[in-house]
Each structure stands twice: as structure tokens, then as C-alpha cells.
Design a protein around this ligand. Structure first.
Ligand code: CA
Length: 510
């Protein structure tokens, strides 16, 4: 095999040299790669931030657009397409990342909560690598097992550090299979800057020029505990950040989930938003208002750092000429609450945590300034990327390519409902599953056996649970039927509560 490989390499070098020789003389100019028949499939740059939600991206509008604009990320909307209805299938980090990499729901890829991804199954990087792409990932990985299918990687161990982070690079994997145990290399600076520096270094020097690339650039920010770079200390210092109208949601008429969860602003759980020292002199609503301000400013300073660094990367794509044949996608691994319902964090199937930002630019293929309200899911990303590269999707992937939507043609049989499921992990947030259509959302909290139903057209903020309303009984019936249909279609057993040990049993130490 080795011998054959050498011959093949020599042949390619020979062809390249000959072509350069003949054409170089003929044209007296620098020969473009096109002259020697290179791989012209598009490059794919997949940028994902951790917990960056659409309410904090100005292209999506909303109450924060004016106070904290994201002009660089917005460029992708201006020059490409913005998706209004991109949803996560299980709203926490590791499960969403696993769904993205496998094109499958949690119950099929084995990652229900914070457990390791079994890398023996087909994954996006493995398939694209086999198809001739140079595959790489820099930044937050959070799948615990050693990456497979990546020609290059430099990943944070677990959550990693915000300041002066350490990375585990390709070749430094640990033989145990746990990526977090690999040899670490320290970098100086804030994680968003360091990740963008490494991304630029990859694009400039590290990738082979004769292959298209699939490059995952994954920022750690703006995940808690929202430590921003020093240069943003004064950013928003004197601003009064607008509050969501339901910051003081009293949870009336809803399931017990909202009253029992610990992901409310001011919660002691994890000590993330109580800001005890700065707020202990205040009481009641005044205290919560202050906690909200302190929380949201930290979050937005991290967002600003991500946006500035996305700008550096997009500028380089322009300067280098790469932009023309590179699909750039931007997303967050799920949505996030920024005070809506008095909450922070994610998990719950409410709009703010369910919706992922998704913006994509593909020159000459996507009409600039386009928006799509087509319902797309994180499990669709892998099939879409493969389709853009002309690569066949394995049958076991549950997502569907939304390539036609990118080109402005939504197939007549495109989905009109989506299935969601969250498994119990922490924050005392009750597990649940549910179905969302364009108009309604039905949620079942299976441990406490309670339901919520929202009419999103009448009640976009999900304040009025109409599950018991006689006028909605026909809708309840239809949605229960649809929920069952989706469970059958996706082969999810409601009794499977995600407690199978699998590879994940080992992950608790990491
Ligand atoms: Ca996340």
C-alpha cells in the first residue's frame, strides 16, 4: 500500500510540474490551479459559538440589536441567507454537537447528555475526509473522545479556559481515547482571540492548497462564566440594557417545571447569575434587575469578542480570494435565555433555547440578503454540507439536506413539524419532549406527566399555556398524533430516558 501511495504521489507531482512547465511558458504568467484540474468543490467554513443565541445577533433584530450590534456576523446575512426557523433537537452543548457531527438525534448517536461520542459511527468529518476534503477543527470540541476523521485539530480540553487556554493538538492525543488527557499546549490571550489566531494560521499555512477544506472554527464564548477580553471592560458600562417583557414571568398556568428549575436569574446553582456581592443590598425585583444587567453585560462583551474575531476571519477570506469558493456558515450550538421567563441557560423547549442562529454565505449560489423561514434542524447540517460537496449521505443519518432551500426552492414535502427531546442532567430542569409546528408547540414533561401547549401566533412569548383550553382540544389531539408519528419515524422510544451507560459512563471524570 505504501509503495502504491508513493507512486501515486510521484505521478501527481509529475503531472503538476509538466502542466506548470508547458502552460507557464505559453502564458508567461502565474498558472492558476484551474489549469491543472484541481478539486474545485467548495470549501466549507463552519463557525460555531457556544451558547450564542439569535436574540444577541443584530441581523435577527430584537431588543439587543441596537445596544450590541454584531456587524461582522450580520455580513453573512447581508451577503447570504438568514434562517428564521433553525432548531436544535436537544438543547445542550454536547448533545447538539453530537447531532451536528452525526446527523442523528441523541437516541441514535448515543449522546443524550454530557457523555462521549462513539467515534465508530459515521460522522461528518470522517465522511468528508474520505471524500477528499481536508478536515480540521479548532476551538471548543466537547465530545470527550479523541477526534476521528480530522486531518488537523487543536481543541480545548472539555470547557477549556477563557484566559490563556491550553489546547490539545493533532498528534498529542492520549492513548486512553479521552481527548482531555492529551498533551496540552498553552496559548497566551483570550480564548476567542487565540481561536481566531489559530484559524487564520490554519487558513494561511496549514491547509494543503490542492484540496478543498471543511474547517470547523468553534468559539468557546459566550458560554458561562462569560469572561471577556480586557479590552471590552468598558463596553456597555454605562448602558441600560433593555429587559425582556417577561423578565418577571410568574409562571402562572404552566407546568411545575418552571417553578422547580434552578436556571432562573439569581439562582445559586453554579453561582452564575446571583452576583451576590454586587446585589446583596437589593431586594426583590430591584435585585433581579441588577442581576440581569450584570449577567447580560458579561454575555454581550463575550459576544462582541466573537463578532470582532469573525470579522478578522471574513476579512482574510476576502483578502486571500478564498471567499469566492467558500461556504461560510455561522451558528451557535443551541439557543439561550437572556432573561426571557426570568431565565438564563438553555435546555427548555421554549423559543429562545430551541432556536439556533443560522446564517450562510455562498457566493453565486445564495442570493444576497435572502431569508428563509423553512424549518431546519441541527441534524440537517451534516447532510447539507455533504450535498454541497456532492457527497452521498449515509442512510442512517436522520437529517435532510436543505441545499434546495439555500437556492430558494423549498421542496413541497419539506417538514412542517419538528421533534425535540431533552434528557435530565442538572439545574433541576424536568426532562421533556415535544413537537413544534409553524403555529403551535406541544410539550410533555414525562417525569411529572404534565403538558404545555402554546399558540405561537397568538402568544409568541409562550406565556399562556392553552393545553386545558376547550378551544384547543382539536389542536391537542392533532399534535399528540403528530408527536407519536415523529417518534415512530425517528424510532425514539418514550421509555428510553437516556440512562444507558455506553461510552458515556466513563465521561463523568472528564
Ligand atoms: Ca452550548
Amino acid at each position: 500500500m505504501e509503495g502504491l501511495g508513493m507512486i501515486e504521489m510521484d505521478r501527481r507531482r509529475f503531472v503538476k510540474r509538466s502542466a506548470l512547465g508547458v502552460l507557464g511558458v505559453a502564458l508567461g504568467a502565474r498558472i492558476s490551479e484551474a489549469a491543472i484540474g484541481p478539486d474545485k468543490r467548495p470549501n466549507i467554513l463552519f463557525i460555531m459559538s457556544d451558547d450564542h443565541t439569535s436574540q444577541a445577533i443584530s441581523a435577527y433584530g430584537g431588543r439587543l440589536a441596537r445596544v450590541c450590534p454584531t456587524p461582522n456576523i450580520d455580513r453573512l446575512a447581508r451577503e447570504g441567507m438568514l434562517f428564521e426557523n433553525c432548531f436544535v433537537t436537544n438543547s445542550i452543548c454536547t448533545p447538539s454537537r453530537s447531532a451536528i457531527m452525526t446527523g442523528k438525534y441523541s437516541h441514535k448517536n448515543g449522546v443524550y447528555k454530557f457523555t462521549a461520542l462513539d467515534q465508530s459511527q459515521p460522522t461528518l468529518p470522517k465522511i468528508m475526509q474520505r471524500a477528499g476534503y481536508h478536515t480540521s477543527l479548532i476551538g471548543k470540541y466537547h465530545l470527550y473522545s479523541n477526534p476521528v476523521g480530522l486531518d488537523y485539530f487543536s481543541v480545548l480540553p472539555g470547557q477549556g479556559d477563557y484566559h490563556n487556554p491550553e489546547f490539545i493538538r493533532k498528534g498529542d492525543e492520549h492513548p486512553s481515547g479521552w481527548v482531555g488527557r492529551g498533551k496540552r499546549t498553552a496559548y497566551q490571550g483570550h480564548s476567542s482571540d487565540v481561536i481566531a489566531d489559530q484559524a487564520l494560521e490554519y487558513l494561511k499555512n496549514r491547509r494543503p492548497e490542492d484540496k478543498p477544506f471543511l474547517f470547523f472554527c468553534h468559539f468557546k464564548a459566550p458560554h458561562d462564566t462569560w469572561e471577556y477580553a480586557g479590552r471590552y471592560r468598558d463596553f456597555l458600562e454605562d448602558a441600560e440594557i433593555p429587559e425582556p417583557p417577561n423578565l418577571f414571568d410568574d409562571y402562572e398556568g404552566r407546568s411545575d417545571m418552571l417553578r422547580e428549575q434552578l436556571q432562573y436569574i439569581g439562582s445559586d446553582w453554579g453561582d452564575h447569575t446571583n452576583f451576590e456581592e454586587d446585589t446583596e443590598h437589593l431586594k426583590g425585583q430591584a435585585r433581579k434587575k441588577k442581576q440581569y444587567q450584570l449577567y447580560i453585560k458579561k454575555y454581550l462583551r463575550c459576544v462582541k469578542g466573537v463578532d470582532d474575531n469573525v470579522g478578522r476571519i471574513l476579512d482574510y477570506l476576502d483578502e486571500s480570494g478564498l471567499a469566492e469558493n467558500t461556504i461560510v456558515m455561522y451558528t451557535g450550538d443551541q439557543g439561550f435565555f437572556l432573561g426571557e421567563h426570568g431565565l438564563y441557560d438553555k435546555r427548555i423547549m421554549y423559543e429562545e433555547a430551541l432556536r439556533m442562529p443560522f446564517l450562510v454565505r455562498w457566493p453565486r449560489q445564495i442570493k444576497p440578503g435572502a431569508t428563509s423561514n423553512g424549518m431546519i434542524l441541527n441534524v440537517d447540517f451534516a447532510p447539507t454540507i455533504m450535498a454541497a460537496a456532492g457527497v452521498q449521505t449515509p442512510a442512517e443519518m436522520q437529517g435532510r439536506s436543505f441545499l434546495p432551500l439555500l437556492k430558494g426552492n423549498q421542496p413541497s414535502d419539506w417538514r412542517t413539524s419538528m421533534y425535540y427531546r431533552y434528557y435530565y442532567s442538572h439545574f433541576h430542569t424536568e426532562p421533556h419532549y415535544g413537537v413544534r409546528t409553524y403555529r403551535h408547540k406541544l410539550i410533555y414533561f414525562d417525569r411529572i406527566k404534565q403538558w404545555e401547549l402554546y399558540d405561537l401566533r397568538m402568544d409568541p412569548r409562550e406565556m399562556n399555556n392553552v393545553y386545558g383550553d376547550p378551544e384547543y382540544q382539536r389542536v391537542v389531539k392533532e399534535l399528540k398524533r403528530e408527536l407519536k408519528r415523529l417518534q415512530r419515524e425517528l424510532d425514539d422510544d418514550p421509555a428510553d430516558i437516556g440512562d444507558k451507560p455506553g461510552l458515556g459512563a466513563l465521561a463523568s471524570n472528564h
